[in-house]
Ligand binder design. Structure first.
Ligand code: CTP
Ligand code: MG
Length: 174
């Protein structure tokens, strides 16, 4: 969930497309860097652990890994890495699409901007943890949670980006 915010904080340096273009447009653009990609995965995973810790401490009720995944932090590690990587990949794929449409870095892409990381995380968890994803995200019990999440995502996304913008980490507040 927070992976992409970390990318914005720690990103910079070598772009993931190494500055290369395809058909006259940048492949991904300067907004997608290796440092942002890997720090997003790393810190996204650490936040996942922090959530598990908070659940264990009784301070919050849910973290994705508590939906019938492993009991220990080590059990949850692969899932957290998959979710975080998916989020950053979704973000990069979105940039790829934006560049193909001729959109500049940071230009607004409604809906995609908000859901890219969620869709990416879902896609990768479908690939790696198909049964877990079906059982825990799309079972009857979690439908309400899923709908709440879909409403919450744009709001949180907006909030994080305004903070990032004020911190001078993002060029635009979306
Ligand atoms: N970032 C990064 N590496 C990534 C993802 C993000 O360095 N893999 C950093 C960049 O500094 C980027 C910022 O996080 O500008 C915000 O991310 P995002 O909104 O996804 O990028 P945009 O600059 O809006 O670019 P795009 O139009 O490609 O989405
Ligand atoms: Mg953007």
């Amino acid at each position: 969930m927070t992976s992409n915010s970390w990318a914005a904080i720690f990103g910079g340096g070598m772009p993931m497309d190494f500055g290369k273009s395809w058909r006259g447009k940048r492949i991904l653009g300067d907004g997608k860097t290796w440092r942002g990609f890997f720090s997003g995965i790393l810190f996204g995973t650490l936040v996942g652990f922090a959530e598990m810790f908070l659940v264990d401490a009784g301070l919050i009720r849910y973290s994705p890994t508590h939906w019938g995944f492993g009991a220990t932090y080590l059990d949850a590690l692969p899932l957290l890495v998959v979710l975080s990587s998916g989020a950053l990949l979704g973000d990069a794929i979105e940039s790829f699409g934006k560049r193909r449409l001729g959109m500049e870095r940071g230009q607004k892409a409604p809906i995609l901007d908000q859901y890219d990381f969620f869709l990416g995380a879902m896609l990768l968890s479908f690939i790696f943890y198909f049964n877990w994803t079906i059982e825990n995200l799309f079972n009857n019990y979690n439908w309400i949670g899923l709908i709440l999440l879909l409403i919450l995502i744009p709001l949180l996304h907006r909030g994080f980006n305004i903070i990032g913008y004020k911190m001078g980490k993002k060029n635009v507040p979306w």
